[in-house]
Design a protein around this ligand. Sequence first.
Ligand SMILES: Nc1ncnc2c1ncn2[C@@H]1O[C@H](COP(=O)(O)OP(=O)(O)O)[C@@H](O)[C@H]1O
Ligand SMILES: O=P(O)(O)OC[C@H]1O[C@](O)(COP(=O)(O)O)[C@@H](O)[C@@H]1O
Length: 308
Amino acid sequence: MIYTITLNPAIDKTIFLDSLKKGEVNRIKKSIKDVGGKGINVSKVLKVLGKESIVLGFLGRDNKKCFIDFLEDVKIEHDFIIVDGESRTNLKIIELDCDIHTDINDIGFSVGEESVNLLLNRISSLNEDDVVVLSGSIPSGVSNDIYKNIIEILNNKNVKVILDADGKALIEGIKAKPYMIKPNIYELKNIINFDENNMDSIIEVGKKLVNQGIEKVLVSMGEKGSLYITKNDVFYSNPLKLEVKSTVGAGDAMVAALAYGIKEKLLDQEILRLASACAFCAVITEGSKMLNKTTIETIKQQITINRR
Ligand SMILES: Nc1ncnc2c1ncn2[C@@H]1O[C@H](COP(=O)(O)OP(=O)(O)O)[C@@H](O)[C@H]1O
Ligand SMILES: O=P(O)(O)OC[C@H]1O[C@](O)(COP(=O)(O)O)[C@@H](O)[C@@H]1O
């Protein structure tokens, strides 16, 4: 089974306005809401790809219904630890005049030690064939080394872990050597300094991480495409020129393809092709709505992968 772990779920509220004027009253043209948070988004894409997954993590008691209703509606299994308070709402601002997309992500609820222990116990029951996705920010009350602790538990059981995190959670997490990581270029820059305009420099950083014991590193570079670095290969997925509707969930769509690829034992090149197709499909989809499988298949045919 694939388990996705979302410690800090979110309702993504996307608002569309002509342009954001700081210090003034702004009028919204249109707004949409999606149930999100990184792990939940990964499970949504896995569902579209035809793979079952179970969503674990924390959920705020006060608005848990909208998450649970949505997941049950799309038939995604879940087993959350319910905590006091409300799961956050993250604001995604789209300025139509200048096509600038801005994310404002809330801190979220606070989680107590007892809830953390309940989650760690749940994770301890996973087995060798399982794949685990750990992604997103860490809520307050939870230590920055939670991902490191979880990876250590799972590595001891030979469970493959994909880590998609930022800042201290990523720095700590990679110390435990997860099977895969999917940093975007900014997340990677936060942990190691390199020249982001030089592809060889990015590859060198990826190889360094692989030499430290992380098997595969997928570096996503927004509109510049992505690099997949493994022990023996480096593949580059070329960007596609698309009408960008929302980049929210593009990284999560890639992570879903990584988990799918592990389970289906796909070749690295095919994993990258699928990851790119899912990401591009997310980019042409409004908010973080469910993707369309046929669109993913169509985009897949247009993707060029080069060995570097
Ligand atoms: N503006 C864009 N134009 C085309 N593709 C994009 C764009 N933004 C993201 N993507 C696609 O989505 C992938 C993930 O996006 P990225 O911004 O790097 O990750 P994250 O969503 O994790 O921050 C990219 O590698 C690319 O394939
Ligand atoms: O946990 P974080 O880092 O605040 O991120 C949460 C946000 O990430 C998302 O999962 C989108 O992530 P990506 O754009 O990186 O795929 C949103 O649904 C959510 O609002």
